[in-house]
Design a protein around this ligand. Sequence first.
Ligand code: UDP
Ligand code: MG
Length: 332
Amino acid sequence: MGLSMKTVWLVIPCYNEQEVLPETSRQLKKIMQHLMQQEKISKDSRIAFVNDGSKDATWQMISQLHDEDSLFVGINLAHNRGHQNALFAGLMVAKEHADAAISLDADLQDDVAAIEQFVDKFNAGKDIVYGVRSTRKTDTRFKRSTAHLFYKFMNFMGADTLEDHADYRLMSKRALEALSEYEEVNLFLRGLVPLIGFETDVVYYERHERFAGESKYPLKKMLSFAVEGITSFSIKPIRMITVLGFFLFSISILLLIYFFITWLVGYTVAGWTTIVISVWGIGGLQLLALGVIGEYIGKTYLEVKHRPRYTIERVLYQEEKNETKSAEDTEK
Ligand code: UDP
Ligand code: MG
């Protein structure tokens, strides 16, 4: 292999992950060393932790890892911007140095043994490799069924995503460059990446339980993530409202004809029920329609402001390995 060896970066967003970092870094280091020995990746490959504005000792731990071993790269965001933005920030830094980047979670839920398969597929010429969960045994029944519904609903609403693929994936440099061209502020990476194209492949893996600590994705965040996914990729909800409005309008016309006929034959009722029902029905429908439209207007508002998706406070990256201890601190 020799000269053709590729530089691969692992990109791991971290938010309050002090409980898992020691074990995660240990396991990932072992795998990277193994891959280097096998000459599947170059010695310039790195493990990059992106600190997403953690409130615990996460950043101190990352800087210490970097000080001890330049295999570790630290990227410190100025503020918590959420998983998708943190991941994006890390990928954009990786793009400058690596031939490919693999994104994974800090909590060891994405089976790290699959990394070798990602690398193999990349070395075989694939630009994007998706990690897809083979089973959902370790999830609670609730999470499993809600996740399934989520994909069904997403695809129905017009946002095509790969079922059971989260954000465990490999992207080549040119795929990352293509990704950087997408300028939207409302990020939903797993919906964006399939739009890029290129040759893709899939790696199946077993998803484990979180190694330690708590999920940073409570139900509330999951729901907003679903809304984000749908409204970022389709205008189907707006169209459905139009269809619904048209449908209800047709019904009211039919009812009008019906009431006119009953009036003609002289059978008149008090009509209280009809009025109350229609007032509530139409009122509810209008609120729903306004809500959906508001959702899109809010999105447009966020996009037109063109605010940066993230701000990097500091990057700990040392080009040469095992050289002087002083790290090249790039402050941005
Ligand atoms: N994460 C992040 N910023 C956030 C929330 C989460 O960078 O605001 C990271 C987190 O540290 C982890 C990954 O995103 O590496 C996935 O989060 P988590 O494991 O809590 O989600 P779950 O697996 O429960 O869906
Ligand atoms: Mg997790």
